[in-house]
Structures are given as structure tokens and as C-alpha cells.
Design a protein around this ligand. Structure first.
Ligand code: NAD
Length: 245
């Protein structure tokens, strides 16, 4: 078990990519804190994992865009498990609107969840990861290539890559490594609910869609000692789809 007794916090862990990441860490022996805004789905995610094997699990309902709630999750996690070794900032949202229809409220909503949520967890990690650790930010391929209708999301995910770089520079002296994953099209409801895909504005060949587990494997690599010298960078995980002319 590669992560035996490591304490791993995963946001947006009630389903999709977050649940797949939480599951892989749990199978590898980690004590896992599942964090999400959706309390019912969180409980069923916990039941799913608990049915796999005996282990340490905790669920925390939290809106990652609320600094006080994030601080409370960090406090509760340390109270229960003693420390924090890994944080995966995965919770995310998209809004599909033409640029000229975006409101200030839309921008604030997306930036607060997709960017500030990672900032709050990183801030409290820096204040509490006394023995070093690892932070993984789930950005998106939209950070570097994008489509119409998702300006706020693409900007938030690009800013998350920049924030990853800054966090790594400041994390070095604390022995905290910070890296990002840029998933391409991954088979979750977020993908198939995308109006651009439904309308055919973005063409996705079903063969080039990844599984949540494809992202989980990379997250475990980044959190492992094999990635000890990987700092402040990102890994695109899109099956090579966007490299093709
Ligand atoms: N699925 C894809 O194709 C894809 C591609 C690139 C990036 N991503 C990114 O991967 C991450 C996970 O996406 P997914 O496809 O699993 O989506 P999903 O919608 O299945 O999961 C997102 C989770 O985040 C939670 N969440 C939303 N707002 C929250 C908040 N304020 N506080 C706490 N939790 C909140 C939701 O309840 C949900 O459980 C997101 O950051 C997304 O942007 C997904």
C-alpha cells in the first residue's frame, strides 16, 4: 500500500474525478477526507468506499469558496487524523454563456469555486503542513486551449495553473510540492452536460474520452515519492487529443 496512513483531502469528492481519486488513495491505504458541497452524494460516496475495504474515512460538507468552511475542514481533519499529507483541489464548476451575457455574479461564482477554493486550501495547508506535503490542483485543458461560451471557466483554470506555479515557489521552503493536472475530455456528467458538446460545437469522439481513473492514476503519481522532483508544473491528460493537427 503506497499511501498507508497518509492523510489525503479531496475536494469535489462526491462523484466524477474526485471520487475516483479518493478511491485510489483509499485503496492504497490512505486516510481519506471526502469534501463536497453535496451532502447526500458525499454520504453515498463514503458508503461506496467503505464497502471496498476497512479503512479510515471522513466526510466534510464544505463550500470550497467559503474560507471559513475550508479552515474548519482543515481543523477537523487534523483533529481526527493528526496531520495532512496531500490535498487534491478538484471541486469545479462551469458556466456556459456568451461572453457578453456573462455577469459579474457569474464570474465571481466561477472564480470563487475554481480558483479561490484552491487558494483557501493551499493557504491553510501552508499554515498546517508542518512536515511538508503535496498539493494537486485539478485544472483543465481549457487553461491552454478553449472553446466559445466558457470564458470564465477557461480564465479560472488558467489562473489555477499560474497559482500552482506561485504556490510551488513559496512551498519549496516548507517542503510542499504543488502541481496541476489538466484533464481533457473525461467521462463524467460535467462532460456530457456541456452544451457545446450537445450542440456539436465541440466534437468529441467517444474513443478519445478518458475515464476518471485516468486522472486518478496521475494524481497518485504526483503525490508519490516517484514525483519528488516534480514541482510547480502541470501534466496534460487528454489522451493526446489536442496534440493532433
Ligand atoms: N470531466 C471533464 O471532462 C473535465 C475536464 C477537465 C477538467 N475537469 C475538472 O475536473 C474537476 C472534476 O470534474 P468532474 O468532471 O468530476 O465534475 P463533477 O461535476 O462530476 O464533479 C465536481 C464536484 O465538485 C463539487 N462542487 C461543486 N461546487 C462545489 C463547491 N462550491 N464546494 C465543494 N464542492 C463543490 C460538485 O458537487 C461535484 O461533486 C473539476 O474541477 C473540472 O473542472 C473535468
Amino acid at each position: 500500500m503506497k499511501f498507508l496512513n497518509k492523510v489525503v483531502l479531496v475536494t469535489g469528492a462526491a462523484g466524477g474525478i474526485g471520487l475516483a481519486i479518493a478511491k485510489r488513495f483509499y485503496i492504497e491505504g490512505a486516510k481519506v477526507v471526502l469534501i463536497d458541497i453535496d451532502e447526500d452524494e458525499l454520504q453515498s460516496a463514503k458508503n461506496t468506499l467503505a464497502a471496498l475495504q476497512e479503512g479510515a474515512l471522513m466526510i466534510q460538507r464544505c463550500d470550497v469558496s467559503n474560507e471559513t468552511e475550508v479552515q474548519q475542514v482543515v481543523i477537523e481533519s487534523i483533529k481526527k487524523f493528526g496531520s495532512i499529507d496531500v490535498i487534491v483541489n478538484n471541486a469545479g464548476l462551469m458556466i456556459f454563456k456568451k461572453l457578453e451575457e456573462h455577469t459579474t455574479r457569474d464570474w465571481n461564482k466561477i472564480l470563487n469555486v475554481d480558483l479561490m477554493g484552491a487558494f483557501y486550501f493551499t493557504k491553510f495547508a501552508f499554515l498546517n503542513m508542518e512536515h511538508g506535503g503535496c498539493i494537486i490542483n485539478i485544472s483543465s485543458i481549457h487553461a491552454i486551449e478553449t472553446t466559445p461560451m466558457v470564458a470564465s471557466y477557461a480564465a479560472a483554470k488558467a489562473a489555477l495553473v499560474s497559482f500552482t506555479r506561485s504556490s510551488a515557489i513559496e512551498g519549496n521552503s516548507k517542503r510542499i510540492r504543488v502541481n496541476a493536472i489538466l484533464p481533457g475530455a473525461i467521462d463524467t456528467p460535467m462532460l456530457w452536460d456541456n452544451p457545446n458538446i450537445k450542440a456539436g460545437l465541440e466534437q468529441i469522439n467517444k474513443d478519445s474520452v478518458g475515464k476518471p481513473d485516468d486522472i486518478a492514476g496521475v494524481a497518485l503519481f504526483l503525490a508519490s515519492d516517484d514525483a519528488a522532483f516534480v514541482q510547480g508544473t502541470y501534466i496534460e491528460v487528454d489522451g493526446g487529443r489536442l496534440s493532433r493537427l
